[in-house]
Design a protein around this ligand. Sequence first.
Ligand SMILES: Cc1cc2nc3c(=O)[nH]c(=O)nc-3n(C[C@H](O)[C@H](O)[C@H](O)COP(=O)(O)OP(=O)(O)OC[C@H]3O[C@@H](n4cnc5c(N)ncnc54)[C@H](O)[C@@H]3O)c2cc1C
Length: 403
Amino acid sequence: MNAAASSPVRDALPDRAELVIIGAGIMGLSTAYQLAKLHRARKRPPSIVVLERSYLVAGASGRNGGGLRMQWADAQNVALMMRSIDICRGLAQELDINLWFRQGGYLFLARNEEAESRLRRNVELHEMVGAPTRLLSARQVLDVVPELDTREVRIASYNPDDGVVFPWPFVWGFAQQARALGVRLQTHTEVERIEPLASGYRLHLEGGRSIEADRVLNATGAWSAGINAALGIELPNHPHRHEILSSEPIKPFLDPLVVDLESGLYFSQSTRGEIVTGITMRDDHEPESSDIDLGSSLRFLSHIARQLIALLPRARTMTPLRQWSGPYDISPDGDPIVGPSPGHPQLWQLCGFTGHGFMIAPVVGELLARWLFTDERAPCFERWDPLRFAEGRSRPSEDMIIG
Ligand SMILES: Cc1cc2nc3c(=O)[nH]c(=O)nc-3n(C[C@H](O)[C@H](O)[C@H](O)COP(=O)(O)OP(=O)(O)OC[C@H]3O[C@@H](n4cnc5c(N)ncnc54)[C@H](O)[C@@H]3O)c2cc1C
């Protein structure tokens, strides 16, 4: 990352704002940008501040695999992801930045009976909602990726409209355009404490400064529990370290992002030729402190090497270039947690996006901005309601979460 991209952003802050968003990941920034657009349409200057304690792309939004897919099992998720991918088609022009958006498809491999029936069910659903997903035999898989070892593959599903992006310009683009529309952003500015007021909140920032807000949006992802705990808000999402690596660039040979449903292994090839690959690590070690562990491990490296070579034998000669990790913000029922908090109706949650927050962010920003600005509440927010856990309304409905 060049120095300009990680250097501090320090817009002047007002004493009070209508909305303060804590966390400048993809979620906080896409929402800020969409809200600013709504303000512009009504010719109202936005009174919106975004505070980020580190540099842009320091959180999960700068550490992910950049995969975008409509291959989900739940009809609502399929529809949302279809909209997200649709938004992405025109987003590079809108944000005036190259997002490296490449639609090479997603290829899901089933190697056991249970995975096979999941894919068959999905494809039936996708046909009904108009997503161009189709089933492939093991033989047909080789037409898409000839280098795969398909001896154990029973069946696969393939959607040519799914794709990958390079995550960083996404975040920078939303930040840049939100600021151009009047949103104030400060990076390297941690919110250390939140104090409830008779109306709204006072946020205490590092360096002894503070800012008041009518409404606060907690968009701190895997760190959101810290903000919530200090206010007595109990929600069940929790961080989980997810490791990933990229290889040295090699000659392009791989169009789709490939996922092995059984092991949770996924890999794609970036536009620069690197193979980007991650895998779900079961029984990962428990963190030794409450700090989120962003370390990398040899255990991951040797596990993923074995799994990758078994499926893609040519990976034997691949040289790892970088290995890193990032935090998933796991929601126990797989649905995000979005809306007013229990006991704090003016403090909204925007968290719990597990391993798919990047791909859903474009549409969530659009829908949440509309809810915040006009009170128009999209149906997905009923299911994502933060109150559902305490009220016994939490129902897992998605079985295509990888990780
Ligand atoms: C390795 C990995 C691979 C992934 N692959 C994919 C993928 O292929 N596709 C996909 O869709 N999703 C993927 N994800 C998930 C996706 O990255 C996340 O769901 C998404 O980025 C979450 O965005 P966010 O804005 O909620 O959180 P973040 O990007 O983590 O942003 C939260 C921000 O809040 C800041 N913050 C925290 N505390 C404070 C505070 N007190 N004051 C101020 N700021 C604070 C943090 O510094 C951080 O920048 C992956 C995640 C990981 C870790």
